[in-house]
Design a protein around this ligand. Structure first.
Ligand code: ADP
Length: 484
């Protein structure tokens, strides 16, 4: 449409390095609309040399930004928050165009992503330390917090705005400069956001953006460069392992937000209406493409049929389509690989004895669509229980005792989030203690909040984003002894 073309024309198509937009004659990345498979914009593709120049810029700006008054850093972030509200419609539409999520959800992401700017604008002026006598009484111990230095931020495609603000805002609040490498599938939102940061008054070199189709080749030299002090990554666990190994060479600080395989446990005493509502949110938000998505529905055998019946009714009422169309509640998956992966997971589950209650296939036509799906009687050993589904497939298995539910919930190398539905508070407390995850939702299917520490245990990652914890990922502690 004319509105879409007009918006896309306003999105920068260059790299953003040292405050300069560089397009030039370099090779281009074609960004697709996953609802149609058509290329909607071509942008500059960063080379490894560009990556190092971006780090040059971040390193050159580092001292100046660290010395900028916290209040000034805070107010720039607050201005960015305000500008984002003004440009809300543009950001929402842009995310729908390059990523596929329905407009209402894209709007929700503008709200969620924006909150990191507001939250960390508030935190920037509250970085503090400790001061006190040493136990021997022979001196004063001073503990202060310093920015870690230049950071490299690698973001995924599923939340093009929020995954960027969740890293950029605390880094800037802490006084760090950054190089951002957005996912090659959804770089437009990050470029548009860099323009917003420039408008908000972020000085040249403090934020640099280098979209590239060769993530590894561009990232390796940056990570190996001794000027880099911190690597923050959100993405899959296999890539996280590779990056951790690379970061080990220079003993870099790292934050890793990796995969999840969230259990969604429904006890026999649960409020089933609430559980079904929570399930729809935890499973189908973002077309199932969230690391917090409920992956394994573990439902007490006495309510499993009823839960499956009610959830299937809701799933059949979802509307699949291009995220810009009225009434659409489920958009396309990100690419054809994702569609093939859904098909394979459902086929494997069925081959091992599961039944498909609704959906289960990819519709004919353009775009990377997969029907929202419910499968029941999923048997142990099925791929769908082990792998992160990352799509609109809701898989139900059953349990009989609480111990069984705990064992099933913990039977994964991941530990990001768990969801538990029960009316019994004591049981709820036990589950919170026993389920081995970084986050829990008790009778809710959505936990993310800028004011909360987001992150996992086990192979779901290291570190926390958001909350009081978030800014500490970008600060290092310095202790000084002053003898009396
Ligand atoms: P997803 O499955 O969500 O695409 P990935 O982990 O593959 O997750 O990608 C997340 C981000 O990591 C993207 O920005 C991608 O370009 C980047 N990436 C993937 N492989 C590498 C690598 N070897 N080195 C650096 N970045 C990488």
């Amino acid at each position: 449409t004319a509105r879409e073309s007009e918006l896309l024309a306003r999105v920068p198509d260059g790299l953003y390095i040292g405050g300069v937009w560089e397009a030039g004659s370099r090779e281009r990345i074609g960004v697709q609309d996953p609802a149609t498979g058509r290329v909607i914009k071509r942008i500059a593709n960063a080379t490894p040399e560009d990556g190092i120049r971006a780090l040059d810029a971040a390193a050159a700006a580092a001292d100046g930004w660290a010395a900028t008054a916290p209040r000034v850093r805070a107010e720039i972030l607050r201005r960015a928050f305000d500008l984002l509200q003004e440009r809300r419609e543009d950001f929402a539409l842009l995310m729908t165009l390059e990523m596929g999520k329905p407009l209402a959800e894209a709007n929700g992401e503008v709200t969620y992503g924006g909150e990191f700017l507001r939250w960390f604008s508030e935190e920037a002026v509250r970085i503090s330390g400790r001061y006190g006598q040493n136990p021997e009484g022979t001196g004063t111990m001073v503990v202060s917090q310093r920015p870690v230095g230049p950071c490299y931020l690698i973001t995924p495609w599923n939340f093009p705005l929020a995954m960027a603000t969740r890293k950029i805002a605390p880094a800037l609040a802490a006084g760090c400069t950054v190089v951002v490498k957005p996912a090659e599938l959804t770089p437009l939102t990050t470029l548009f956001f860099a323009q917003l940061l420039e408008d908000a008054g972020v000085p040249a070199g403090v934020v640099n953006v280098i979209p590239t189709s060769t993530a590894r080749a561009v990232s390796e030299p940056i990570i190996a460069d001794p000027r880099l002090r911190k690597l923050s990554f959100t993405g899959s666990t296999p890539v996280g392992r590779t990056l951790l190994a690379q970061a080990g060479q220079n003993v870099l600080r790292t934050s890793m937000e990796l995969g999840g395989n969230a259990p969604f446990v429904v006890f026999e005493d649960a409020d089933l209406d609430k559980a079904v509502e929570g399930a729809m949110l935890a499973k189908f938000r973002n077309i199932g493409q969230a690391c917090t998505a409920a992956n394994r529905f573990i439902v007490h055998e006495s309510v499993a049929d009823e839960f499956a019946r009610r959830v299937t009714e809701k799933v059949q009422a979802l509307r699949l389509g291009r995220g810009t169309d009225d009434g659409v509640t489920i958009g396309p998956l990100i690419d054809d690989r994702a569609v093939a992966s859904m098909t394979a997971l459902v086929e494997d589950a069925v081959a091992r004895g599961a039944r498909v209650l609704t959906g289960g296939t990819a519709p004919e036509g353009d775009g990377y669509f997969f029907e929202p799906t419910v499968v029941v009687d999923v048997q142990p050993g099925s791929d769908i229980l082990r792998e992160e589904i990352f799509g609109p497939v809701l898989a139900i298995s059953t349990f009989s005792t609480e111990d069984e539910a705990v064992a099933a919930a913990n039977g994964t190398e991941y530990g990001l989030v768990g969801y538990v539905f029960t009316r019994d508070l004591a049981r709820g407390q036990r589950m919170i203690d026993r389920v081995d995850t970084g986050m829990m939702g008790l009778n809710t299917g959505l936990v993310s909040n800028a004011a909360a520490p987001f992150g996992g245990v086990k192979q779901s990652g290291l570190g926390r984003e958001g909350g009081l914890e978030g800014i500490h990922e970008y600060l290092s502690t310095k202790y000084t002894l002053i003898p009396a």
